[in-house]
Ligand binder design. Structure first.
Ligand code: NIG
Ligand code: FE
Length: 421
């Protein structure tokens, strides 16, 4: 992919800049028109924040003291947020994909010690530096298509040292690229081989050692679980969530992906940030999420790659007013796609999203799913100045057209960044 082209700035004052003549897709819920569109408006940054949003022909534009860029009627959206990824990992699962294509189910491969556990073996064998090098191209690919904030889970280490190693890799990545990272401890991703038949003892290790250590070293913001027959029971997840909350960490869960374990009700009961996957979510789960304000994170990449038939209950979630986000679920097994744009596209084709819902799901709602709704996800005064300038004639084109990158400029914390992949 070519580097994003930078528009010529008349003045490159990093601390104060004004973009004029834009179609601002604000996604501000208080603006009750599609995309929260401000057509022909201007947006200015001061430092790392959005300082002002101005209607066309505002006198302030003429007297603006900083640099000015005329974007020539192009669209500007908030920075894209990928709120569910497993992008730090070692190895490849392409051979397993071949097996799945020939008819062996994902759960069967997992039971035979493949799946997540095969990535665990490869990830444990790699150093922190090797994992950084392996993850960088995936993170660059996301950044190049406009991602300014990404969640990264551990979950392929499954020992104290290896989970911490993965979280340190996530921290290191945030120092290498202009991107915000929300790290999540997913030690309860699979029962490690050392604990086969003793899952409760492994949960004890998570609760008594991993969570306190990760909280003390501020290596994660949230704790995630895989609540499933092939992973952890609701009772085990409950113990993990209680420990997370006691240490001031947020909770979220991979729930109702392959069966309904009532994991969403559990996440909602703990005031969780998000319930992810939720293909098998039922009415009680929808109601619990609506009541708790928990975000539904839909992952069409995993649905597609696993050739699932059961779709998440989008109509019921909408009707109940549950915020709905979309994410890549980037991982080597069930969703090997380093593209939030492809995930948005799949959400439209496979789950019946509108393009506006898909974009809102990867901006405003994704920010809420990461506990950042007050700071990221919309174009509004006071928010962090993370936004994207697109060479498209309509915002839907960002979701519709694949294989070309219409991103012209990526502004992160008030600074224009030329992205290379
Ligand atoms: O989100 N559902 C569990 N975890 C991942 C899969 C990870 C893997 O297969 O490596 C998911 O789909
Ligand atoms: Fe996942």
């Amino acid at each position: 992919m070519e580097p994003a082209r930078s528009l010529p700035h008349t003045n490159d004052l990093a601390t104060q800049h004004l973009w004029v003549n834009a179609k601002l897709a604000t996604f501000d819920s208080s603006i009750n028109i599609p995309y929260g569109l401000r057509d022909g408006w201007a947006i200015a940054t001061r430092g790392d924040s959005i300082a002002v949003i101005l209607p066309p022909d505002s006198p302030e534009v003429r007297s603006f003291p900083g640099g000015i860029t005329d974007v020539g009627g192009r669209w500007i959206t908030p920075g894209l947020i990928d709120c569910h990824t497993h992008l730090v990992y070692g190895g490849s699962r392409a051979a397993e994909w071949e097996m799945r294509l020939s008819g062996v189910p994902y759960a069967e491969i997992a039971r035979q010690g493949g799946g997540i556990l095969s990535t665990v073996r490869a990830t444990r064998a790699m150093s922190e530096e090797e994992l950084v090098s392996a993850a960088l191209p995936r993170l660059r690919a996301l950044a190049a298509e406009g991602v300014t904030c990404v969640e990264i889970k551990s979950g392929y280490g499954l020992t104290v040292l290896d989970e911490l190693k993965m979280l340190r890799v996530a921290r290191r990545l945030s120092e290498l690229l202009a991107i915000e990272i929300s790290p999540t401890l997913l030690a309860a991703h699979a029962v490690p081989p050392e604990f086969v038949g003793r899952a409760d003892d492994y949960v004890g290790l998570i609760v008594e050692e991993m969570i306190p250590l990760v909280a003390r070293e501020r290596l994660a913001e949230a704790v995630d679980v895989f609540c499933e027959t092939i992973a952890f029971s609701p009772a085990q997840c409950d113990r993990i969530f209680a420990a997370a909350r006691a240490h001031g960490l947020a909770v979220k869960g991979h729930v109702e992906q392959l069966t309904n374990q009532h994991g969403a009700e559990l996440v909602a009961h703990h005031g969780g940030w998000s319930c992810d996957h939720i293909e098998y979510l039922d009415g009680a789960g929808v109601r619990a999420m609506a009541k708790a304000g928990t975000v539904a994170v839909l992952l069409p990449g995993a649905f597609y790659f696993l050739r699932e038939k059961q779709k998440p209950p989008v109509v019921q979630l909408r009707a109940a007013g549950v915020p709905i986000a979309v994410a890549s679920d980037l991982n080597p097994g069930t969703s090997p796609l380093a593209s939030i744009r492809l995930a948005m596209n799949m959400a439209c084709i496979l789950f019946g999203f509108t393009p506006e819902e898909a974009l809102a799901g990867a901006t405003r709602e994704a920010a809420r799913a990461l506990g950042r709704g007050d700071r990221l996800g919309t174009l509004a005064v006071g928010k962090q100045a993370d936004f994207l300038i697109w060479d498209v004639t309509h915002a839907a084109e960002i979701v519709c057209q694949l294989g070309v990158n219409p991103l012209v400029e990526r502004v992160f914390r008030g600074r224009g960044v030329c992205v290379q992949s």
